[in-house]
Write a protein that binds this ligand. Structure first.
Ligand SMILES: CCCCC/C=C\C/C=C\C/C=C\C/C=C\CCCC(=O)SCCNC(=O)CCNC(=O)[C@H](O)C(C)(C)COP(=O)(O)OP(=O)(O)OC[C@H]1O[C@@H](n2cnc3c(N)ncnc32)[C@H](O)[C@@H]1OP(=O)(O)O
Length: 220
């Protein structure tokens, strides 16, 4: 259980989709790669030739040690290997911020995070596509928290104020309505008291999830 110190409410949130560090060290490797990601995107250097050699050697070593596996099977939603590579929440994906969500007893999913220059769109601001991607994931998590999941079929983002870089951000989302296989969710993004963006999304539980695998669009 995680107390939310600045919520002003005496409610506790539960950690959600906890991803323990991988025994191989891949999670820690992803953390270090994220440090590099931010520095390479947002700093100047005199001469990186020695570091490039090191990076090339590192990449070669990791490639030699790797046993590549194919993407997750289409019907294996939510297994650890599936979540680990996710570009938003995947603890082993160096491209993921990563977003780390908690869920409240009323089904609200919340994630606090700060995005650095590698997520820049307009000068000093978070890229709008990144905001949309994070919203999509947040709504997906709200569905998962409500134990009624689906694939995104419609996502409408309203950008109200620039989303600042290097500033604590708060995403919140919840499932609002369910009608058979159709699900509707909504969410917000705040920087302090400023509403930067809001989202409404519609999701559909694939027929095959309920009926077995008769109409899976992807083999696997
Ligand atoms: C399954 C998701 C689970 C997510 C959470 C899972 C686990 C939790 C764990 C971890 C979370 C980790 C990861 C979460 C990952 C990703 C989250 C991001 C989400 C995505 O990144 S997701 C990718 C983008 N997304 C697509 O790639 C969808 C492409 N699409 C399709 O694959 C099909 O479209 C499908 C399968 C959705 C439905 O196909 P289907 O055959 O089962 O159903 P059908 O066509 O019969 O539609 C049924 C009724 O929905 C209506 N309907 C359909 N589409 C509509 C639309 N656009 N607008 C308005 N209504 C629509 C129809 O009109 C009909 O309505 P009616 O019954 O009234 O006629």
């Amino acid at each position: 259980m995680t107390e939310q110190p600045d919520s002003g409410e005496a409610v506790s949130a539960q950690t959600f989709l906890d991803q323990p560090d991988h025994a191989s060290g891949a999670t820690e490797l992803a953390r270090q790669l994220r440090r590099i990601r931010g520095l390479v995107s947002g700093a100047d250097f005199e001469d990186l030739s020695a570091e490039i050699e090191l990076a090339r050697e590192l990449a070669d070593r990791i490639e030699n040690a790797a046993t590549p596996h194919p993407p997750a099977q289409y019907d294996s939603w939510g297994v650890p290997e599936h979540i680990a590579s996710n570009p938003v929440i995947g603890s082993r994906n160096p491209a993921a911020p990563p977003l780390d969500a908690v869920v409240f007893p009323d089904g609200t999913v919340r994630a606090d995070l700060t995005l650095g220059v590698e997520f820049q769109g307009p000068p000093g601001c978070v890229h709008g596509g990144v905001v949309a991607m994070l919203f999509d994931e947040m709504l997906g998590l709200a569905n998962a928290a409500a134990e009624h999941i689906g694939m995104t079929v419609d996502l409408q983002v309203t950008y109200s104020a620039p989303t600042p870089l290097d500033t604590p951000l708060r995403f919140e989302a919840r499932q609002e309505r369910v009608d058979g296989r159709k699900l509707w969710c909504a969410g917000t993004l705040h920087a302090g008291d400023t509403l930067c963006a809001s989202v409404r999304g519609m999701f559909v539980t694939p027929r095959w999830m309920l009926d077995g695998d008769q109409s899976k669009p992807i083999e696997g």
